[in-house]
Ligand binder design. Structure first.
Ligand SMILES: *Cc1c(COP(=O)(O)O)cnc(C)c1O
Length: 422
């Protein structure tokens, strides 16, 4: 459920009509709903009720400071994958012990920054990384709290680019090798083994892959404990999918996911950590754009909008489907006809939707791309020298620009022309 709905014929974010934001900020822009972010966080947290738990928002899904702050206020932890994300989490007041540092390629400098911040858990993905982290921690005179990310070799049944738990994926340590890696970790004086970690992919729309992976993790925890290790945390990663297509895609409910967690790892008595990104932010954000032209092609019509693949790359990158809706509510009998919705970038990949049935829209009309709150603004670039799309946060009837659109001068100011080109 989200807080984007038509009121008096206009699509609103909570109580704010989107045309008001467009008039003040210009298009395109991202808009997030605070109430929706809060609701999604609480739904996930409550799905794990009764367990000792820590819900860490995956910052990479939507790293805007205001969004992070809205979640931090509720007690969310953060899952970070770089020093930049670590700094963002700290900047919004998340205590170090609520931060999990993940990623296959942590540098020594990043490890040192995370140790200084007192992060609660490093998710270590290889023996090489374990040895490096041990050395950095010993140099600093501390011990690094570690969970080893295991690769359970299960098929998450999702898009190949966001599947991470199969044997051929680059992530984690093969689960069969894990006991040996843990034995090695336990012998390192800069390492404190605290848990086991798994993350099998993203936009997962069935419970079976989770059930298989978590059951394997539970088995591993028992083996490790029998080996004498203290395993007090079980990190199950993120990955729960969301509905992108209204009505005909029904990902599992967080409540049912919670039941799987309880059934598989609930009896271990460990703190359960989860790292949802998309589930919290995905349906809490829209990308709003204006139609520039309506163009008639050979046998198909194009709606050329002022947002492009650099602003929302998911359709080009993951063949993702986004619901596209007019901001002015169409009448119940308004005729619909198929159009290709495209951006201005010089690539055929800059196509948001093909043959999408939409009511007739004209230049200047506003459209909203739904489910754009996760991996939208976070993956935006300045490709084609297009300014980074601004972000707006709504709460009730107020809205604030939480990342403004850069000026062209700002965009060029980080570059310089060397003297020898004069
Ligand atoms: C991407 C990622 C997440 C978040 O995934 P979602 O599908 O957005 O929930 C969590 N943990 C790790 C390790 C990730 O790489």
């Amino acid at each position: 459920m989200d807080h984007f709905a038509y009121h008096a014929g206009l699509l609103c974010a909570e109580d704010v009509p989107l045309p008001d934001i467009a008039a003040s900020v210009g298009t395109p822009f991202y808009v997030y709903s605070t109430a929706t972010l809060e609701r999604h966080f609480r739904v996930m947290d409550e799905a794990l009720a009764g367990l000792d738990r820590l819900v860490c928002f995956a910052v990479k899904a939507c790293g805007n400071l205001a969004v992070l702050r809205a979640l931090a206020r509720l007690g969310a932890g953060m899952d970070v994958v770089s020093e930049g994300e670590l700094r963002r989490a700290l900047a919004v007041g998340v205590p170090g012990e609520r931060i999990v540092f993940a990623g296959v390629g942590k540098t020594r400098a990043e490890m040192a920054a995370a140790l200084s911040a007192g992060v609660g858990q490093f998710n270590v993905e290889s023996e090489q990384e374990l040895v490096a982290l041990d050395a950095v921690a010993r140099e600093m005179g501390v011990r690094a709290p570690v969970a080893i990310r295991v690769n359970p070799d299960v098929d998450a049944l999702t898009h190949a680019k966001i599947s991470t738990g199969k044997a051929e994926d680059k992530f984690g340590v093969p689960i069969a090798r894990a006991p040996a890696v843990y034995a090695r970790a336990a012998a390192l004086s800069g390492i404190e083994v605290v848990g086991v970690d798994v993350h099998i992919g993203s936009q997962i729309t069935a419970l079976e892959p989770f059930e298989q992976a978590f059951a394997k993790v539970a088995g591993l925890v028992e083996t490790l404990r029998a080996d004498g290790l203290t395993i007090r945390r079980v990190d199950l990663g993120g990955g729960l999918g969301i509905p992108y297509v209204r009505s005909n895609e029904a990902p599992p409910l967080p409540f049912d996911y919670g039941a799987v967690v309880r059934r598989t790892v609930g009896a271990l008595g460990a703190t359960v950590v989860v790292e949802p990104g998309r589930l919290i932010a995905g349906n809490a954000g829209l990308l709003v754009a204006a139609v520039i032209y309506r163009k008639q092609g050979e046998g198909r019509d194009f709606l050329i909008v002022d947002a492009a693949m650099n602003d929302l790359i998911r359709p080009a990158m993951y063949d993702a489907w986004h619901d596209i809706v007019p901001v002015v509510e169409p009448g119940p009998d308004a005729p619909v006809a198929p159009v290709d919705v495209v951006g201005p970038v010089c690539e055929t990949g800059d196509t948001f939707a093909r043959a999408r049935p939409l009511p007739r829209l004209e230049a200047g009309d506003l459209v909203a791309f739904r489910s754009a709150g996760a991996y939208g603004a976070a993956m935006a670039s300045e490709y084609n020298a297009r300014p980074l799309v601004p972000e707006v946060l709504v709460a009730g009837s107020r809205f604030d620009v939480v990342r403004r659109r850069p000026t062209y001068d700002e965009m060029m100011s980080r570059e310089r022309i060397p003297d020898w080109l004069d």
